[in-house]
Design a protein around this ligand. Structure first.
Ligand code: AMP
Ligand code: FE
Ligand code: FE
Ligand code: ZN
Length: 277
């Protein structure tokens, strides 16, 4: 049986893993394919693809984008995106700049809440990747004031919490349209984390093609619920570990995987989307 982990980050966003580490780890876990899904970046795709070719690990060019409604933060995966498209790269660069400004704002808020940080500490941790909340959380842990991610996100950085700052004003419709325009297959990431199932119907009207049913943060009950929703709406059922290297403490790569067949289905769907553009 061949397997794929369809949700993996690199240090081009908020994982600690280099392309080498991602591919070696995938090889070690006997995966046939990995989808590189960095937040608002496609910079990891070429280096991973090159190494993957040598090591016999297929790389699915992908992205994870964020959208917001007034009451929810929604992550959308885009599989088999046309990641060389100049307009897409320009748009991502804009978002990356907005993310830098956002760190300054988050640091200000945190400081006023009694957690003293320097933006520079966060940028150092992020290195060359798109900077995000996981980097801010890692910088907070370094101060020794709070020890775990759950408390940091629960008290400060989670959606609409006191130090939360949004950086995109993408609506779910705009995010899905962006992925479709790039020839990618839009899939709702970890809906069990989002906890807004009532939005799924609306997302389908914008062109959503799949749900990430299998995910590190989904327990049995969530898996069953999303399998049911996917089946009822003829959506693809994808899955992945959402591995951030050591970014969340434990290496998750390969701990959630789906049959390789999903890669073929996503590819076929992306070809249809590209043909219809
Ligand atoms: P950003 O893209 O900067 O908005 O940050 C989103 C990222 O923050 C997610 O992909 C996770 O890596 C991390 N994150 C969000 N919520 C949590 C949480 N409750 N615990 C740990 N990490 C989280
Ligand atoms: Fe992340
Ligand atoms: Fe996510
Ligand atoms: Zn992710």
């Amino acid at each position: 049986m061949k397997y794929a982990d369809l949700h993996v980050h690199t240090f081009y966003s908020d994982s600690t893993f280099s392309p080498e580490e991602v591919i070696m780890c995938a090889k070690d876990k006997a995966l046939s394919a990995v989808a590189i899904c960095d937040h608002d970046s496609v910079d990891g795709i070429d280096p991973c693809t090159e190494l993957g070719l040598k090591m016999g690990v297929e790389v699915v060019p992908s992205i994870e984008m964020t959208a917001e409604t007034g009451e929810a933060e929604i992550h959308l995966l885009g599989y088999f995106i046309d990641y060389h498209a100049v307009w897409l790269r320009d748009k991502l660069r804009e978002i990356q700049v907005a993310r830098i400004e956002r760190v300054h704002k988050m640091v200000e808020k945190l400081t006023s809440l009694g957690i003293k940080l320097e933006a520079e500490d966060v940028f150092k941790i992020a290195g060359k990747g798109t900077v995000g909340r996981l980097h801010v959380a890692q910088a907070i842990i370094k101060t020794g004031k709070i020890k775990n991610f759950r408390d940091i996100f629960g008290k400060y950085l989670g959606f609409l919490k006191p130090a939360y700052v949004s950086y995109v004003k993408f609506s779910p419709k705009e995010a899905i349209e962006t992925i479709l325009k790039a020839g990618g297959v839009p899939v709702l990431a970890h809906p069990g984390v989002m906890k807004k199932d009532e939005l799924i119907k609306e997302l389908i009207t914008y062109g959503l093609r799949g749900i990430e049913v299998y995910h590190t943060d989904h327990r049995e009950e969530a898996r069953m619920r999303y399998e049911e929703i996917a089946r009822a709406n003829s959506l693809l059922m994808t899955g992945g570990s959402d591995c951030h290297g050591l970014g969340k403490g434990r290496i998750l790569l390969g701990s959630v995987r789906v049959p390789y067949e999903l890669v073929e289905k996503l590819k076929l769907e992306s070809e249809k989307i590209k043909a219809g553009r």
